[in-house]
Design a protein around this ligand. Structure first.
Ligand code: UDP
Length: 334
């Protein structure tokens, strides 16, 4: 007996994380329907499925797609992601990350979508009371980006509690880096803000120096600590979430990190080691909206989904990102 291929709607599927999940969905035999406005995404990153250029605010188009492709499962990545920008442009963040998500979720519920996977963030915790931080810790985001993610999580919780056919998983990402093993896709932003990318691009000579945002945090070396996770392990977590939602129909919230924190200086030293380039750093003021330490307790996703990270090694992550950055640079110079 043959089954029709299942369509999965992926908003933001041409972006960094989305494109990896689209690749995995395709490899698993799903047909991803990618909806992306290409504001930061890349059309050629969509390795499988159908691509539709569109903006999340166009709820009419989204509803049409859900109906046309008989969508039962949605993975929602499309969002703005820069913490500091969110402090300066809160409306931009609440509008796209929360208001547009609300319309998307409303359309999903009204049109028979059963499973919803949401890209949330460790930023929902703010400054955690306990570390590593657990899913049931107090949510106290310290910037509009984190609040826009928290509001969407709360909305999903409220909606799923009154719609028994609608279940969701919110995945709280920690700091994602690295690229596809075949180097087909990776991080490609015009104005990157992430530490590993900026450090590697400094190594490539694109920037003269790397700013260290804050050296007076209450941490062993004074710089902020994050839990860096390889894109391949994060991508795999989405596939496990989809399987779980389809089988169990239970709504869940999961942290997705390795449970080990590295300071900005530790990351910079690992970048120097991986690239064998002595990048110049400049100690600077703290960046607005940055919590001092974020490290995940990811036991829940391991227990419930059997998630088993395979790339939990900072050097491995940085080497993967380095190979990708070198490839990008080579392409640009052609
Ligand atoms: N950071 C830094 N210099 C940079 C970019 C980032 O010192 O050029 C720091 C940032 O302040 C934070 C950590 O590196 O403490 C990780 O920042 P990133 O933007 O990569 O991720 P976030 O944790 O903000 O999501």
């Amino acid at each position: 007996m043959s089954y029709p291929i299942e369509n999965i709607l992926v908003t933001g599927g041409a972006g960094y994380i989305g494109s990896h999940v689209v690749r995995d969905l395709g490899e698993q035999g799903y047909n991803p329907i990618v909806f992306d406005n290409l504001s930061t995404g890349n059309r050629d990153f969509v390795l499988y499925g159908d691509f539709i250029k569109g903006d999340l605010k166009d709820i009419y188009s989204i509803t049409k797609i859900i109906k046309k492709y008989k969508i039962k499962s949605v993975i929602h990545f499309a969002a703005f992601i820069a913490v500091e920008e969110s402090v300066n442009k809160p409306i931009k963040y609440y509008n796209n990350n929360f208001f547009n998500s609300l319309n998307l979720i409303k359309s999903c519920v009204e049109n028979g979508v059963e499973n919803f996977i949401f890209s949330s963030s460790a930023a929902v915790y703010g400054i955690p009371e306990e570390l590593p931080v657990k899913e049931n810790s107090q949510l106290n985001p310290v910037n509009p980006y984190g609040r826009s993610k928290m509001f969407t999580e709360l909305l999903l919780k409220d909606i799923s509690s009154i719609n028994k056919n609608f279940s969701y998983i919110a995945l709280r990402y920690f700091n994602v880096a690295g690229a596809d093993k075949k180097l087909r896709i990776g991080q490609k932003y015009e104005n990157p803000t992430h530490l590993i990318t900026l450090a590697l691009r400094t190594a490539l000579g694109e920037y003269e120096s790397l700013k260290i945002f804050g050296t007076d945090y209450n941490t062993p070396d004074g710089t902020a600590i994050r839990d860096y996770i390889h894109i391949e392990d994060l991508s795999n977590a989405h596939i496990l979430c989809l399987d779980y939602l389809k089988k169990k129909k239970n709504s869940e919230v999961f942290n997705c990190g390795y449970g080990k924190g590295y300071s900005v200086f530790e990351v910079v030293n690992t970048v120097k080691k991986a690239t064998k380039i002595n990048i110049k750093t400049v100690n600077s003021e703290r960046r607005e909206g940055d919590p001092p330490i974020l490290v995940a307790d990811s036991n829940l996703i391991k227990d419930k989904l059997g998630w088993r990270p395979k790339h939990n090694d900072l050097e491995l992550i940085i080497n993967s990102a380095w190979e990708w950055e070198k490839k990008l640079k080579k392409k640009e110079n052609k």
